[in-house]
Design a protein around this ligand. Sequence first.
Ligand code: ATP
Ligand code: MG
Ligand code: MG
Ligand code: MG
Length: 486
Amino acid sequence: MTAKEIRQAFLDFFASKGHQIVPSAPIVVKNDPTLMFTNAGMNQFKDLFLGEAPIKYPRVADTQRCLRVSGKHNDLEEVGIDTYHHTMFEMLGNWSFGDYFKKEAIEWSWELLTEVYKLDKERLYVTIFEGDEKEGLAKDQEAYDLWLQFVPKERILTGNKKDNFWEMGETGPCGPCSEIHFDSRSNEERAKINGATLVNADDPQVIEIWNNVFMEFNRLKDGSLKKLPAQHVDTGMGFERLVRVIQGKTSNYDSDVFTPMIEFISKSAGVAYNADAQPGDQDWGQAVTMRVMADHIRAIAFAIADGQLPSNNKAGYVIRRILRRAIRYAYQYLGFKEPFMNKLVPLLAAQFKGVFDELIAQQDFVQKVILEEENAFLRTLENGIIRFEKYIQENKGTVMNGPFAFELYDTFGFPIDLTELMAREKGLSVDMEGFAVELEKQKTRSRAATAIDTEDWVIVSEGEEVEFLGYDDWEAKAKILKYRKV
Ligand code: ATP
Ligand code: MG
Ligand code: MG
Ligand code: MG
């Protein structure tokens, strides 16, 4: 099955079970102070769970574009190093709002995975909530018994509150969850460990693909749990991971979600992609770079298409940082000295045609924004790298000093996480406190400057009486004349 067919099969399957198929919400969240980017399929249904919005359809399903690069879920550092965490990914989901519960959710997920997608049953592991004495919560026996219809007990693992009890926040709907993991290791390796007790934390070839959350409680302000009047189901399955396991690959980047992009990058760079490169190998950096580029362009392009331009603060800076991260990788490991990331946009837009048409509609604009960003950063990147290399040569020790990290940030536009990454490649850490001190000093300087701007110095309209106080900046005197109202 192709990626396209796999996505469609998910939606068709849940439509056949009475679900309304709804569109993805934008990746950029504009009206929620607790969230910058959509990081799960349930985000757009938050108000329904809270009882603050009417339930139009009791059963829905969709594919939601998600971004996990900030806040509680930040997978950025994993991307390209491992083969299954992305910045932007699609989360396939099905929901029940006060309608079906554990039985249907579990039975349907098994039916879909084994009968429609025909995954090898022997390679599927599941987890259930083990209970929590302090909360007065029992083991999720119901989920356990339901799974036992399909999965031998050796492959039903119990997990604690951290892994198997989902909460939306400090207060609000919550409940136990049940995850499904897939083991892609070779038969020989599987024979060696003799089944059992293994989830993705232990082996990168055993990955979580689907999480089923059973919302049955409401966490109150005093911390206590109250049974909800209605029970809900909230599920999320990583589309790229699903495609990888169905297509029998051991890396998401070897599935057809990513191969066209990797091939294009590899051809343009004139460097072969070695999917098997290991840390320490000569071509490791190049392989990571191709994965990072193929991944990051998705986050950047969709964020821009959904209305978040790169900028110097908040969500805009998150996007700028991701782009600069990709540009530095491309420059240093593949020799892309000219803007290149923007050229990936048409390929991406074509890939998502009929799925997320937002990108096709804004393709030219998105490409132009990325090109401008690339031009700007490439102007300082080379000198920044030279400066960085010189520092490495001249300084011994294992910690890069804060003022130097700040110089890279301030003069060359290196986001601090980029400096940390580059330092890490050289076996150094960065003195983050020292960096923060420099940054604070700069903020104080610019706060002082804006305070003057807003209190004493005002733009005057015609006819107002003013006293001329001189030029704000001698160099730019033609443009910035400052007056004070009298
Ligand atoms: P993991 O433990 O692998 O980090 P998670 O438990 O954080 O995953 P959930 O919050 O349960 O993930 O999200 C539901 C599903 O979304 C996961 O089962 C997984 O398939 C997928 N997923 C989560 N994070 C990512 C990511 N960064 N890239 C791709 N898919 C992801
Ligand atoms: Mg995670
Ligand atoms: Mg997990
Ligand atoms: Mg999970």
